[in-house]
Design a protein around this ligand. Sequence first.
Ligand code: ARG
Length: 459
Amino acid sequence: MADGNTLWHGRFDGDPSQALRELNDSLPFDQRMFREDIAGSRAHVEMLSEVGLLEQDELSEILAALDVVENEMLEGKFEWAPTDEDIHTAVERRATEITAAAAKIHTGRSRNDQVANDVRLVALGEIDSLIEILGSLVEVILSQAEDAHRAGLYLPGYTHLQRAQPVGLAHHLGAYCWMFLRDIDRLVETRRRTDVSVLGAGALAGTTLPINPASVADKLGFSEVFNNSLDAVSDRDFVADLLYCLSVSGVHLSRLGEEVCLWASSEFNFVELDDAFATGSSMMPQKKNPDVAELARGKAGRLIGNLTGFLATQKGLPLTYNKDLQEDKEPLFDSCDTVRLTVVALTGMIESLKFNADSMSSSADSEHVAATDLADFLVKKGVPFREAHSVVAGLVRESLDGGEQLSELVGSHPDLGPEATELLQPGVGWSQRNSHGGGGVAAVAEQLAALRERVDALS
Ligand code: ARG
């Protein structure tokens, strides 16, 4: 018999090769799940005692041993053994050193249901913390939007990155609030599908022992229990769901990051970054770089990569557990950590951002961006929109060709005149676009109230 002292060496003559260990062992990354693994073991052994598979004194000894293991791990004093293949092996090995009763921990359980349960518990914790930090980000963006609204700040709205129509800054910021609120909704929905206990599925087909998975689920705080043991050990949809949620958040963060990069450039000059959230150049003394915003833009790549990579890992896997599934953890942990780091830094950056009202308004005040409002002015007088568009386009063209001010041409036009030139005054047009969900002052006030209600309900 091999002396490798793994959980499974009894059937082997030889020891595992070093190369196999390096490829196969998941301890380097799954030790992060030690709390969840120990919580699962506690619930499992309590259930074993309820159904008569453990004596009361054995239960007490195992629970005490699990407390010791957990404390050693929390305090960084745990001595990992060369044979610890993964976190499950390490916990069981150490508990058994402390009490011989721990040799019964794995009764009616497999690492296949154990690991799936651990990952679900980790994912639930991550989801809760991600919801919280995304909530803080929305709060900070919304506060900036409310300030901007009170101060009447406006900037050009863009399509094709060309100035299109001026909008309130609050409206622009509000758009990001809605994006991140949808991210929170997606996480809540993913949480529901993750919140299913799978401990008790065994290796794949359940067990002949009289275990009670519902009791384990209850002790661990899960809302549901698995229905099919084969599905329970092989389902990682919840991991893919979470990676998708985080990819979409990554895309949103990257869009906001890019806006801030543009706004902080000398060309736009719409914002000033706080020193605490900007970096300098080692060579060019004048530089103030938006690294936080750039990284928010850049991190989306790895988040999307983690999602597509893990979907590819699962493609074509036959039922049930296959070692390929061990590949779930690194992308999951990486995506959670990446979004957390990014959101926290971006929140600080947005909170300390100073908006440059003059640059924004002077970019928004060019007469030509009011062209649509002039067409609407004619529409209100009964002119068909297509005709109105053509009249105003003709005037814009005339002013571009002849160098005359659009306001002069508008003022002397028989259907437009002095009343219409009012629309070309700085700061007028944007505030009046008050159709439902629009960028005008009244519509944005309603929107901000709705956002405030949503954000306050988060906490
Ligand atoms: N480290 C493994 C994983 O992450 C644990 C499950 C091992 N199961 C097995 N049958 N070898 O998936």
